[in-house]
Design a protein around this ligand. Structure first.
Ligand code: KG4
Ligand code: ZN
Length: 363
C-alpha cells in the first residue's frame, strides 16, 4: 500500500486533475487538506438535452476545456508553476473517453514541470472530501472508518481499517443511487440531473404516494453478489421499474402528486442507504463514517445519516457541499496520503474504467 509520508511536516503542493465523467476539474491542495484553488467546469448544460451523460460529448468537451481549467486552478492558487511539488490524476473508475483526457494532460504537465505524477482512485478520493476543511481532523488520526460512496456512478460501503486501506463490503448490484434519482426525474419530466430537483420537490410534498415503493433488496442468492453480504447490498432497478409502471398506469395529476411520488421515491433510496449503513456500522469497531459523492448533497440523506451515526456512536464526516460532486481537490488531497500508482508506473499507466477501491499497482 502506497501511503505517502515523505513530505509530511513540510509543505507539499499537489495539483490535481479530474476528468472521470462530466466535470473538467483541476485544483491545488496543500498537505492533503488545505485547498488553495478548486476549479470545476461542469458539462451539465451539454448533457441536459440527452437526459444523461453522453460519453463522446464528455470526452470532446474535456479536450476543449482542460488547458484553461488547469491554468485557472494554478493562477487562482497564487502559486508559481515551480511551487507545485507533484501532479495527481484520476485514472479510474469512470468513462474511458473522459479519463483518458485527464490522464494524458496530467502526464504532460508532470513531465513539463519535472515533477512526480500520482494516479489515484476516484471513489477513494470521494471518501477524502470530508477532510478538505480546516475544521476536519487529520485522516490518519481518526481510526477505523466506514466509507459510504454515493454518486451518479457508484454506491458502495467500504471498510477502511486504516487510512489508505479500502475493502468493499457492500454495493449496488445495478444502478447507482444517483442514477436512480436521475432516471426517476426523467420519468417524472423533471429534467437532469435528477437528484437536486427531486431533493427540492420532495421538500414541498404535502403527502406521500399511496402505495409504498419496494425495499431495494437484492434477489436472494443472486450471483451478482459476488460473495458480498446481501444485507449490505442494494438493487435500485426494481425501484425505478416500479415508478415507471406507476407513471404509465396512472400519470400523476398536478404538482402535488408529482411531489408526493418524488418524496416517496427519495424516501425509498434514503431508507435503503441508511439501513445498510447502520448494519455495516453495527459490525463494530468504527470510529467514524466518512461520506462522499454527489448524492451526499441530498438533504434527507444527510439528516438520516446524522441519526444513524449518532445511534451507532460514531463520528459523521460529511463534505462541504462544494466538494460533494466531482472535483479535483479530492484528487490532490487524497494523493498526499495515498498513491495507487507513482514513479514510472504512473507515467506508463493506462486508464482503468472499472478500477475498484483498494486496487494496487497491478495495472
Ligand atoms: O459525484 P457526482 O458529481 O458524479 C459522479 O461521480 O457520479 O454525482 C452526481 C450525482 C447525480 O446523479 C446527481 O443527480 C446526484 O449526484 N445528486 C443528488 C443531489 N445532488 C446531486 N442526488 C440527490 N440529492 C441531491 N441533492
Ligand atoms: Zn464521482
Amino acid at each position: 500500500m502506497a501511503l505517502a509520508r515523505e513530505k509530511r511536516g513540510t509543505q507539499m503542493n499537489i495539483l490535481g486533475i479530474e476528468t472521470s465523467c462530466d466535470e473538467t476539474a483541476a485544483a491545488v491542495v496543500r498537505d492533503g487538506r488545505e485547498v488553495l484553488s478548486n476549479t470545476v467546469f461542469s458539462q451539465i448544460p451539454l448533457h441536459k438535452p440527452w437526459g444523461g451523460v453522453v460519453p463522446e460529448i464528455a470526452g470532446r468537451s474535456h479536450v476543449e476545456k482542460i488547458g484553461g481549467v488547469v491554468d485557472e486552478a494554478l493562477s487562482s492558487s497564487g502559486l508559481a508553476p515551480g511551487e507545485i511539488d507533484a501532479v495527481a490524476v484520476t485514472f479510474g473508475p469512470g468513462l474511458s473517453a473522459s479519463l483518458i483526457v485527464g490522464l494524458n494532460a496530467a502526464k504532460g504537465l508532470a513531465l513539463a514541470l519535472g515533477k512526480p505524477l500520482y494516479c489515484v482512485n476516484h471513489i477513494e478520493a470521494h471518501l477524502h472530501t470530508p477532510f478538505l476543511s480546516a475544521s476536519a481532523p487529520d485522516p490518519l488520526s481518526v481510526g477505523r472508518m466506514l466509507g459510504l460512496a454515493v454518486s451518479g456512478g457508484h454506491t458502495a460501503w467500504i471498510d477502511m481499517p486504516r487510512y489508505g486501506e479500502y475493502r468493499i463490503i457492500g454495493q449496488t448490484l445495478d444502478d447507482a443511487c444517483g442514477e436512480a434519482f436521475d432516471k426517476a426525474a426523467k420519468l417524472l419530466g423533471l429534467g437532469y440531473p435528477g437528484g437536486p430537483v427531486i431533493d427540492r420537490i420532495a421538500k414541498t410534498a404535502k403527502s406521500r404516494a399511496s402505495a409504498a415503493f419496494p425495499k431495494c433488496s437484492p434477489r436472494p442468492g443472486t450471483d451478482a453478489l459476488g460473495g458480498l453480504d446481501a444485507s449490505l447490498c442494494v438493487s435500485f432497478s426494481g425501484l425505478k421499474t416500479s415508478l415507471l409502471y406507476r407513471v404509465r398506469n396512472s400519470p400523476p395529476q398536478g404538482e402535488d402528486e408529482v411531489a408526493a411520488l418524488a418524496a416517496s421515491y427519495q424516501d425509498a433510496i434514503v431508507d435503503a442507504v441508511a439501513v445498510r449503513t447502520a448494519r455495516a456500522l453495527k459490525r463494530g469497531g468504527y470510529a467514524a463514517l466518512t461520506v462522499g459523492g454527489g448524492v451526499s448533497l441530498n438533504s434527507a440523506l444527510r439528516e438520516r445519516l446524522a441519526r444513524v451515526a449518532a445511534d451507532a456512536g460514531v463520528r459523521l464526516l460529511l463534505a462541504e457541499p462544494r466538494y460533494c460532486g466531482d472535483n479535483a481537490a479530492m484528487i490532490a488531497g487524497l494523493a498526499f496520503y495515498r498513491r495507487t500508482l507513482e514513479g514510472a508506473a504512473a507515467f506508463s499507466a493506462d486508464i482503468v474504467p472499472s478500477l475498484r477501491p483498494g486496487a494496487e499497482a497491478a495495472h
